[in-house]
Write a protein that binds this ligand. Structure first.
Ligand code: KG4
Length: 353
């Protein structure tokens, strides 16, 4: 069978990325530009600045991704681009680039749902991901558990009532005066505190009882998984304003925050596994890079005899290879959804053409 070369384009938030992928699995080139330094002074992503940075960088990344072929446009079988969800201006830059490449190459555009791409990223590492499975997605913009029954057949089982998980980490880190993005800083500080106090994952119960931050949705019946992170963050704010005796260090508070956020993830994943009976979990999104959270998610999966798949760190964060990979699944299935522009909704129901 002839090799299939696909181009992936990702520009939904603060990473500009283009990838050339062979047969949906082999990454041939994946140049990426992270806008972290651009947004750092503002402590978060400024949409207009993000769009401008995408516009500046995308032609160069495209050139780099296609550099290895003499006549690259003739080689492409499809062009996959993220069309939702994301910042509208940023999505437009990626989508219009894809449109131009598609017109020049005659390769069809495959519109990609960013979250669906996250859920299948691990196939780039040769991992077998087969619906039906549960997707746990924790990122800067999302905290959700999905039931995945096939391409575009994704049901939201749990969503956040307020902040996304990564967003809450970033805000908590900012309260604790750690630099942006705060998630990795909270992790480092929490692990330092755990090491200093010989805290192990198996003996955390007493620390949970000592944790001054509240357990959110504690009395919620165990039927419907639901995330909420802003209450933990607000409690942290009040504690910081008032704390005197005991006085908690920044590392201690980072640990307490991480512990409470993780408890919420454990609880919700447990409910979803129990109620769905599914035995495969894909854990994706930037927050999946957190080793503490991952270890706890592993424990929950073991308890429910479910297999856990977590993509490598580099594939957990936003990238274009995962866009090309999920695009390949659609291409192979002959299922090219009809989308003529970036989408303002987040629904998963792409309609086949
Ligand atoms: O999926 P992602 O790269 O993109 C967006 O959704 O924008 O996720 C980024 C988020 C940020 O909020 C960041 O603080 C968080 O993931 N994150 C982490 C860690 N690494 C990244 N959160 C907790 N622990 C980490 N090690």
């Amino acid at each position: 069978m002839a090799d299939v070369f696909g181009l992936g384009i990702e520009s939904s938030c603060d990473e500009t990325a283009v990838a050339l992928v062979k047969n949906g699995r082999e990454i041939l080139a994946a140049p990426i530009f992270s806008q972290i330094e651009i947004h750092k002074p503002f402590g978060g992503v400024i949409p207009e600045n993000a769009s401008r940075a995408h516009l500046d960088k995308i032609p160069w990344l495209l050139k780099e991704a296609l550099a290895q072929f003499e006549h690259p446009l003739a080689k492409l079988s499809y062009v996959a681009a993220t069309v939702k969800p994301g910042l509208t201006g940023s999505l437009l830059v990626g989508y219009n680039t894809a449109l131009a490449v598609s017109l020049l190459s005659q390769a069809p555009i495959i519109p990609v749902h960013h979250l669906e791409a996250h859920l299948y990223a691990a196939i780039l590492e040769g991992k077998k991901i087969e619906p039906p499975f549960l997707g746990l997605l924790l990122s800067g913009g999302n905290s959700a558990i999905f039931r995945v029954d096939g391409l575009s057949k994704v049901t939201v089982l749990a969503d956040t009532m307020d902040d996304a998980c990564g967003e809450a980490f970033d805000k908590a880190a900012s309260l604790l005066q750690f630099p942006y993005p705060g998630g990795p800083e909270i992790e480092k500080a929490a692990l330092r505190f755990m090491a200093e106090n010989n805290i192990t994952l198996t003996a955390e119960e007493s620390w949970s009882q000592k944790n001054p931050l509240p357990v959110i949705l504690k009395d919620q019946p165990r039927v419907e998984p639901r995330f909420s992170f802003s209450g933990i963050k607000t409690a942290l704010l009040y504690l910081l304003e008032k704390q005197s005796n005991p006085y908690y260090s920044r590392d201690a508070l980072a640990y307490f925050f991480l512990q409470r956020a993780t408890e919420s993830v454990r609880r919700n994943l447990g409910i979803a596994l129990e109620s769905s009976g599914l035995k495969q979990v894909v854990f994706a999104g930037g927050v999946a890079a957190n080793s503490y959270l991952r270890a706890h998610v592993e424990k929950v999966c073991r308890r429910h005899q479910a297999e856990l798949i977590v993509p490598h760190r580099s594939l957990c964060t936003d990238n274009a290879a995962m866009v090309a990979a999920v695009g390949y699944l659609y291409y192979q299935a002959g299922y090219i959804p009809q989308v003529y522009a970036v989408a303002s909704d987040n629904a998963f129901n792409f309609q086949p053409s």
